[in-house]
Design a protein around this ligand. Structure first.
Ligand SMILES: *Cc1c(COP(=O)(O)O)cnc(C)c1O
Length: 375
């Protein structure tokens, strides 16, 4: 074999296609894209995003720095996060990024203090918790009562009072992000209705937004190899349901833009039977792709090379010393042997960026190979 495993196999054609779909849909509906950098920050991926003219949604100071280092201009970047430290806020203000999405009343105080110290003005949007069920996995649902994200609607009045009293804080609009891997497009329609209610209520009090940021969350069908997200329905439903009052509309897709841009390619190390089950153990693990272990996420797994073998159900495990280090159970695959290569699809979003060095296993490269050729 010509490659050392495991590695992320890069699919630039998939990425070009998703970016084109997203760019066309957003342009037609006059919506701006701020790509959620946390989904995949690989420079190869970012170069495509940057060429498309998309901005960046950052959720930490280092992500802001990474975006700046990779050619994005400050006015293309916004910063969210429920736990922004003083130094992250200072950095964002010093770099003069477009705006911060503020997630608590205390954060307004903190931003006012730091902006005063820097003799500058901070542009902010208020991240509102719209209390909407994203109908996705609880671990990636972010917009319901009791969640740590955003400001409760009942606190908005207080937030506007604080902003009014803060001479160094300039309010631009609202930010929402209700969750990830949202496949029921109706969720975005419901979100638009909540956004409309909120903005109408406060516009009547003199607070007219110039930015409406609806966050990310558009899902992808992980059961279909190489599937693309449905950007067209997504942008149409926003355009149809959102009242704009002349405001710019921003969205922050992450997963939907990059999920299929990489697969994880790994070699079977051992096979065995345990309790009557066929077990295969790979050289890739949850340290490289954590989603299955973290939230039971499904990734399609394909055997590369010879297919004309007996089909058997296999449990596909990584080498990490945790039983949750399992990429899939009871997957029907051509009979596996040590040395076989498997492709784990749609590993481009929240794969490499969530990788860890657990068990002191190192990270792996992103390889630009067109096709993995197996003898
Ligand atoms: C994670 C995140 C996103 C991107 O979510 P996807 O489901 O990957 O589209 C967008 N905005 C914010 C604030 C986020 O935290």
């Amino acid at each position: 074999m010509e490659f050392n495993t495991p590695f992320y196999q890069y699919h630039p054609n998939w990425l070009e296609e998703s970016i084109t779909q997203a760019a066309n849909g957003s342009r037609r509906n006059r919506i701006q894209i701020r790509y959620a950098l946390k989904a995949n920050h690989n420079p190869l991926v970012l170069s495509h995003i940057q060429k498309a003219g998309f901005g960046i949604d950052a959720v930490s100071g280092p992500e802001v720095a990474h975006a700046l280092d990779h050619g994005f201009s400050p006015d293309q970047i916004n910063l969210a996060g429920a736990g922004k430290t003083r130094s992250e806020i200072r950095f964002a203000l010093e770099k003069n990024i477009h705006y911060l999405n503020v997630e608590s009343l205390q954060e307004i105080h903190r931003i006012q203090e730091i902006a005063s110290e820097l003799y500058t003005t901070a542009r902010i949007c208020l991240r509102v918790n719209p209390d909407i069920d994203a109908q996705t996995h609880p671990h990636i649902s972010t917009g319901q009562k009791g969640h740590k994200f955003g400001i409760e609607e009942s606190d908005l009045k207080r937030a506007f009072q604080l902003i009014k009293a803060s001479s160094r804080v300039h309010w631009l609009g609202y930010h929402f992000h209700v969750g990830s891997q949202i496949l029921n497009i109706k969720v975005f329609e419901d979100l638009c209705h909540v956004v409309n209610q909120i903005q109408q209520k406060y516009t009547a009090l003199g607070w007219t937004p110039s930015i409406l940021n609806l966050g990310g969350g558009l899902g992808i069908d992980y059961h279909v190899p190489h599937a693309q997200a449905d950007f067209q329905s997504y942008f149409n439903i926003i355009n149809k349901n959102l009242i704009r009052q002349g405001a710019e509309v921003h969205v922050e897709p992450g997963r939907s833009l990059v999920a299929g841009a990489c697969s994880l390619v790994s070699e079977v190390q051992y096979t065995k039977l345990s309790g009557g089950k066929n077990i295969a153990i790979l050289d890739a693990g949850m340290n490289h792709l954590m989603r299955p272990a973290l939230y039971g996420a499904y990734h399609h797994i394909e055997k590369l090379g010879r297919q004309n073998l007996e089909i058997l159900p296999f449990d596909i495990h990584g080498p990490i010393c945790e039983s949750s280090d399992c990429f899939g159970r009871d997957r029907d695959l051509p009979k596996l042997e040590p040395g076989d290569l498997l492709e784990i699809h749609h590993a481009g979003a929240y794969g490499e960026t969530m990788a860890s060095a657990y068990n002191l296993r190192a990270g792996i490269p992103l390889k630009t190979v067109d096709r993995v050729v197996v003898a």
